[in-house]
Design a protein around this ligand. Structure first.
Ligand code: UGA
Length: 433
């Protein structure tokens, strides 16, 4: 089947290479010509495990093409997938201008029978609006179909998630179009959930908001564990084994970040508000998360006292491992607060090599953990990159002024804590050592 994908962010690109892998002919479209040139050469503009490999494989197999022209990309395509960004406005509502612009251009080239899938995360009612925009810009009044098709890929495991999806949501008006979409995705062997368009739009927000709430809940339980002498990993295991609750997304830490949870929770609060529903539960999810991002700072102040002039090393900056995404990363909130308190901040991240100190907090980026830790009064483990688990910790701690480890992800290997005689170890939701 021939597929055009508008928008080459991590969703559009991951979807594109995976559809090529299952045998479709895919053209990815983006107005950013620089990005298109890079992609045509087989270079991924983002760090996403497995993506570049598939990209190069299917440029060679000629199943994957890139263009900056919507007209060229849509030519001969039965499916048009819209996966452009829908960031937040200042007030937390969703910015739809890019999607609307894409819809206008799609409208100009729409042909009879084409199926337009909206993969961008959009508030309830948007797909209907997009359909109207396409129709308004269609010169030949072609009959086309619209499908709401939200995705559930996680950054850092987007390829794997596409091939082992828990479900594929198809929100439809026209049953034949929905059947064609089922055909498109059949090789993924995922169960389908067919719904009306508005349900599909809401499923996406409800899923992300629920997961964010689950994280805020376990973070509160972790804070309670510290007070009552319980251990969060034991509690989370014991609770999560109840199949009704589940153990996924139940890891306590320094709060959630990224381009999805913070934005989608806010958007859902607004959707509810527009319907005169006070979704206070979600407001609390957000408030807990904001407090949780400051938890390491509080612990450090308790242990080290005034942070003015103290040197704090951050390990990990991206909002989670295996991605170079800094959007809404807890590292930013932490750096800003450390800077406010006059701390000297050094940092190391395996993939982040650029940092905007003016807006994210004044951080000296170092090329190695060794350099970041040198003479530090304390280290914050911010992102649980695998390589941090395999470091020669006893030797590294020797180079610090004070070997105080504040572990925001409970990722410091337990045997190392025991091996490091001098360590002062402060995890989340557990007794310090
Ligand atoms: C999230 C969802 O998991 C995807 O299903 C969804 O498709 C995507 O948003 C989206 O809407 O596009 P993502 O933001 O890439 O994916 O990352 P997650 O793995 O969900 O992590 C989000 C945040 O929660 C991270 O900061 C992570 O550190 C934190 N987290 C996750 C925890 O603090 N504890 C956990 O147990 C799990």
């Amino acid at each position: 089947m021939n597929v055009a994908i508008v928008g080459t962010g991590y969703v559009g690109l991951s979807t594109g290479v995976c559809l090529a892998e299952i045998g479709h002919h895919v053209t990815c479209i983006d107005h950013d010509e620089k990005k298109i040139k890079l992609l045509q050469k087989g270079t991924s503009p983002i760090f996403e495990p497995g993506l570049e490999e598939l990209l190069q494989k299917h440029i060679l197999s000629k199943q994957l093409h890139f263009t900056s022209s919507i007209q060229e990309g849509m030519k001969g395509s039965e499916f048009i997938i819209l996966s452009v960004g829908t960031p937040s406005k200042k007030d937390g509502r969703v910015q739809l201008s890019e999607l609307e612009k894409a819809a206008e251009q799609v409208g100009a080239h729409i042909e009879k029978g084409m199926i337009v899938l909206i993969k961008s995360t959009v508030p309830v009612g948007t797909c209907e609006r997009i359909k109207q925009i396409i129709r308004n810009h269609s010169k030949n009044e072609a009959e086309f179909h619209i499908i709401s098709n939200p995705e559930f890929l996680r950054e850092g495991s987007a390829i794997q998630d596409t091939f082992s999806a828990d479900r594929i949501i198809i929100g439809y008006e026209n049953r034949d179009a929905a059947e064609r979409v089922k055909e498109l995705y059949r090789p993924f062997h995922a169960p389908y959930v067919l719904t009306n368009i508005r349900s599909a739009e809401l499923i996406k927000y409800a899923a992300n908001a629920f997961l964010a709430t689950k994280i805020s809940f376990i973070n509160m339980i972790a804070n309670l564990c510290e007070q009552v002498g319980a251990d969060i990993s034991e509690v989370a295991t014991g609770v999560g084994m109840d199949a009704r609750i589940g153990s996924d997304f139940f890891r306590a830490g320094i709060g959630y970040g990224g381009s999805c949870f913070p934005k989608d929770v806010q958007a859902l609060i607004h959707t509810a508000e527009d319907e005169n529903i006070d979704f206070s539960l979600l407001k609390e999810t957000v408030a807990i998360n904001e407090r949780q991002q400051q938890i390491l700072l509080k612990k450090a102040e308790n242990v080290l006292g005034d942070l003015q002039g103290k040197k704090i090393a951050l390990l990990g900056l991206s909002f989670k491992p295996n991605t170079d995404d800094l959007r809404q990363a807890p590292s930013i909130a932490i750096s800003r607060s450390l800077q406010e308190r006059g701390a000297i901040i050094t940092a190391y991240d395996p993939v982040i090599k650029k940092w905007d100190s003016a807006s994210n907090g004044n951080v000296q980026l170092k090329n190695s953990v060794t350099d970041a830790l040198q003479n530090a009064d304390g280290v914050f483990l911010v992102t649980e990159w695998d390589e941090f688990r395999r470091l020669p910790w006893p030797a590294l701690l020797e180079t610090m002024k004070r070997p105080a480890v504040f572990d925001g992800r409970n990722c410091f290997p337990t045997e190392q804590v025991e091996a490091c005689k001098k360590i002062e170890y402060y995890p989340i939701g557990r007794k310090p050592i």
